[in-house]
Every structure is written in C-alpha cells, then in structure tokens.
Design a protein around this ligand. Structure first.
Ligand SMILES: [Ca+2]
Ligand SMILES: [Ca+2]
Ligand SMILES: [Ca+2]
Length: 356
C-alpha cells in the first residue's frame, strides 16, 4: 500500500512539474521573448522637452494633443524621480512644441503620477474634460480636470473605488462617467504573477458613474488601453498578453457585450481612434522581456500597428512603424492627426512623424 502511495505521489509531483514547465514555456511565448522586429521607420523628429515618457497621448478634433508624461510604475524603468506632468501640443502649429499644463485646484502635485488619459467634450457647452489615471504612492485613482484655457487645467474631482484597483487606462463617456481597465487581477505581485503564469484571464473593465460602479466586461489576461468608436457605439480594449484588440458593443445598462477580437501579433498598449476614419492606432511592445529587463545595450523596441475596417469581416492589420529601441524605446501610444503621427513611450522620448 505504502508503495502505491509513493508511486502516486511521485506521479503527481512529476505531472505538476511538467505542468509548471509547460506554463513557463507558454509564458515565454506570450511575452514574445524571442521576437526581434526589423526596423521600419517614418520621417520623424523628437518632440522637445519629452525625455521621461509620454505613456498616453490623445488629440482633440482641432489638433490639440494632450500628453501624460513621467510615469513611474512598479517593475518598469523610469528615467526621472520627479513628479509626472501633463503637456499640451498644438499640431496645427508649424513647429509644435509641448507646453506644460498648469494645474489649478487641490490636487497634490508632488505625488502626481499620470498614466492613461482620455478627453470628453460636453456637447451642451463644448467644454472639455480631461480624465487622467493617477498613481500617487502607486495607488490607483482617476482625476477629472476641466481644460479652461490655452495651458490651464482646473482639477474638479478625484475618484477612487475598490473596483478601480489597478487602473491602466480610461475612456470618458460623460462629464463624470468612464470605463477603465484593470491591468492586474490582484494587488499582490506574487498572486498576480501566478494568474499570468496559469493563464487566468481575470482582469476587468469597470464602468464608473456617480450613481453606479460595476464590472462591465471581464476575461482579459491584461487589460491595457481602452477607447471608443467615433459614433460612441463600440468600446475597444487591448488585451496586451492575449495579443489582440477586443471589440465590445455598449448597452443601455452600461454593460459591454463582446463582439469579436482582432489579432495584432504584438503586445499592444494604448489605443487611439482616428476621429475621421475610425481606424485604430496602437502603440505596442514587440518583446515584453526586453521591456521588463531593461538593458540599454539591448533596448526594448517599439512598434505602431494600425487596424482599418475593424468592424468588417476582414479588418486590415498593418505595421506602420518599428524600431529596435535605438530611436525610441517602449512605445505605448500612437496618435494620428491630419497626416501626422505622435508616438509616445512608457519612459523614453516621443516622436512626431509624417505619415504622408
Ligand atoms: Ca487613453
Ligand atoms: Ca482577447
Ligand atoms: Ca497603457
């Protein structure tokens, strides 16, 4: 009997070890650990004053771009220990230079750590609201600002909620309501790593409004960028570790109904949507291991991917830009405007490129 027990135990241990070994191989696969991207450049130049990342960028219809800079995030490189800043850049200017936005109100600027951003224009009076994911002391909250003049934001409100646990990006759908992505299943690093190792898709999209907060969609390995179609009917979510963009339809009850996924073959971060064409633009990480184990000798690369006709039977996915990290490392966002493209990075510089 003892012998049978021993054999069973040995078989169980061997099966468990094989399973964990298999999961580590799978992890190598989903992190695209051996991927190298051949360089594919556009005509670009660096944007002045941006040296420590512009993790997220979004552009208004009149060509004003907002940039979220200086992110510090656990486990990721950062070239600055100063607080983060928000900038504005006028793309209609012949030589656009970013201007730091002055923040008025009660927000503690010494711990400001901006991450994903989104703008909302109130059609009633054309007022513009900027929603910013903020991580003071690595916590997660959403700041709502009103853009009042050329270079000034007025801080209106800080939103915290137990469901807004580990927010990466946000998409505003009203003056005080939004959808936000949680990029971690657990606050604890080891539990979070375990969910990734086991391939458990436990990240969520949360809907927030003053009257109701709920999980609107789930089933993501790592929910990162989020954005909305120009007609406001669809929500797009980048599931970074699943290498795809998930498309959802908005419902009256604010739930999101899953429509489909479009494979992108890269680890895509933030999503921008061309106001005019509805095309999807993605700032992506070609190789997660190079990104996490930052080595200036073998830097993490950058990749910009565009999806045309995402709602058709055959969306067209194409690589628009790729770099091996010698020009720009760790691209997180690509925002198009009138034949130009802004590329921002998690911790490095930012580029303004010509698409024509
Ligand atoms: Ca965003
Ligand atoms: Ca997916
Ligand atoms: Ca992001």
């Amino acid at each position: 009997m003892a012998m049978v027990k021993k054999t069973l135990l040995a078989a169980l241990v061997a099966a468990f070890a094989a399973f964990i070994g298999h999961r580590f191989l799978k992890l190598k696969e989903i992190s695209l650990a051996s991927r190298e991207v051949p360089v594919k450049h556009l005509r670009c130049h660096y944007i002045k004053n941006i040296e420590c990342g512009a993790e997220d960028i979004t552009i208004l219809k009149d060509g004003l771009a907002f940039l979220s800079t200086g992110l510090k995030y656990p486990g990721m490189p950062s070239f600055s220990d100063k607080p983060g800043k928000l900038y504005i850049l006028d793309l209609l200017h012949p030589r656009p230079i970013p201007v730091e936005l002055q923040i008025k109100g009660k927000l503690d600027l010494s711990s400001f750590n901006p991450h994903g951003i989104s703008v909302y224009t109130d059609e009633a009076d054309e007022s513009i609201y900027l929603f910013v994911v903020n991580h003071p002391q690595y916590k997660s909250q959403v700041e709502i600002f009103r853009f009042v003049e050329e270079d000034t934001l007025v801080h209106l409100k800080t939103i915290t909620h137990p469901l807004l646990r580990s927010i990466n990006d946000v998409v505003a759908v009203g003056v005080e309501s939004f959808y936000a992505t949680n990029d971690r299943a657990f606050p604890s690093d080891s539990l979070n790593f375990l969910t990734i190792l086991l391939g458990l898709p436990w990240c969520e999209v949360v809907y927030y409004s003053p009257g109701e907060v709920k999980v609107a969609a789930n089933g993501f390995l790592l929910a990162n960028g989020i954005n909305i179609s120009p007609d406001k009917r669809y929500i797009y979510v980048s599931d970074l570790l699943d290498h795809d963009i998930d498309v959802f339809e908005r419902q009256e009850g604010k739930d999101l109904v899953y429509i489909k996924s479009v494979a992108v073959g890269s680890l895509c971060d933030n999503i921008e949507v061309d106001h005019r064409t509805g095309d999807i633009w993605l700032g992506c990480h070609p190789n997660a291991i190079k990104f996490l184990n930052y080595d200036p000798e073998d830097p993490p690369g950058s990749e910009v991917i565009q999806i045309k006709n995402i709602h058709s039977e055959q969306p067209v996915v194409s690589q628009v830009y790729a770099d091996n990290g010698h020009v720009i490392m760790a691209s997180a966002v690509a925002a198009p405007y009138a034949g130009k493209l802004l590329i921002g990075s998690v911790f490095h510089k930012a580029l303004l490129c010509d698409l024509k």
